[in-house]
Design a binder for this molecule. Structure first.
Ligand SMILES: O=C(NCCO)c1cc(-c2ccc(F)cc2)cc(O)c1O
Ligand SMILES: [Mg+2]
Length: 214
């Protein structure tokens, strides 16, 4: 059944994963994305890089731009220390509706706040709405042409601090060339490329890790 891909993905989770077990949830999504129907989750290969950066940063307050079905939301939330929070922003209501169910199925809903709407409108409201001083970690995985404007917005809203780590998905495929130019040429970032592959594929992709220097 399930008419949309996100709905079919949710079905696969409900059928193959264990409620309250985040690892089984993202593993079920990986199986689905690799063997049933390609899906734009960060995936298992780039997911290991995400895990290692997260473990290094151990953020108290993290931001994800682009929830989709909640794969990386669950992957990030499972590694957060008690009391730490992840805010995830999704523009597409149908994606958000499925993500909420997948996040709840994984049992990480207490660590996650999913906010629906355009990132460009929501970022300037983060401080007042969620009482945030600044983010420790930002995962960029939304519309690739929003990476630069939203990074500039985070800077201008004082939501980055010395040492904040930005990790951007898809800098090669589909690509975010302006973003790479921006963070690599700016004296305010220390940037490094982690070569990998597009999710469930042999095509090259990678993650760009950029530390804000203040
Ligand atoms: O658009 C993306 N995300 C924002 C929307 O929620 C996105 C796209 C792709 C992708 C698509 C089509 C293709 F042919 C290759 C890559 C991959 C990703 O990881 C992504 O995050
Ligand atoms: Mg992506």
């Amino acid at each position: 059944t399930g008419s949309t891909q996100p709905q079919r993905m949710l079905e696969a989770v409900q059928k193959n994963a264990t409620k309250g077990d985040p690892e089984s949830v993202f593993s079920a999504i990986d199986y689905y994305g690799r063997h049933k129907e390609w899906a734009m989750n960060v995936g298992d290969e780039k997911g290991l890089i995400l895990d290692s950066v997260l473990t290094e940063v151990n953020p108290s307050i993290a931001l994800e731009l682009g929830t989709y079905c909640g794969y990386s939301t669950v992957r990030i939330a499972r590694l957060l220390s008690p009391g730490s929070k992840l805010i995830t922003v999704e523009f597409n209501p149908a994606f958000a509706a499925v993500a909420r169910q997948i996040i709840a199925y994984a049992g990480v809903q207490d660590k996650v706040t999913l906010v629906e709407g355009p990132s460009g409108d929501l970022i300037p409201k983060m401080k007042e709405r969620f009482g945030i001083k600044s983010f420790d970690f930002v995962f960029l995985d939304h519309w690739k042409d929003r990476y630069v404007p939203d990074t500039k917005l985070l800077e201008d809203c004082g939501l980055l601090r010395k040492g904040t780590v930005l990790l951007a998905d898809n800098v090669i495929c589909p690509g975010a060339p302006e973003y790479l130019k921006y963070v690599r040429n700016s004296p305010r970032y220390e940037s490094r490329y982690f070569k990998s592959n597009l999710e469930y594929s042999k095509v090259e992709d990678g993650l760009e890790k950029s530390v804000f220097l203040g």
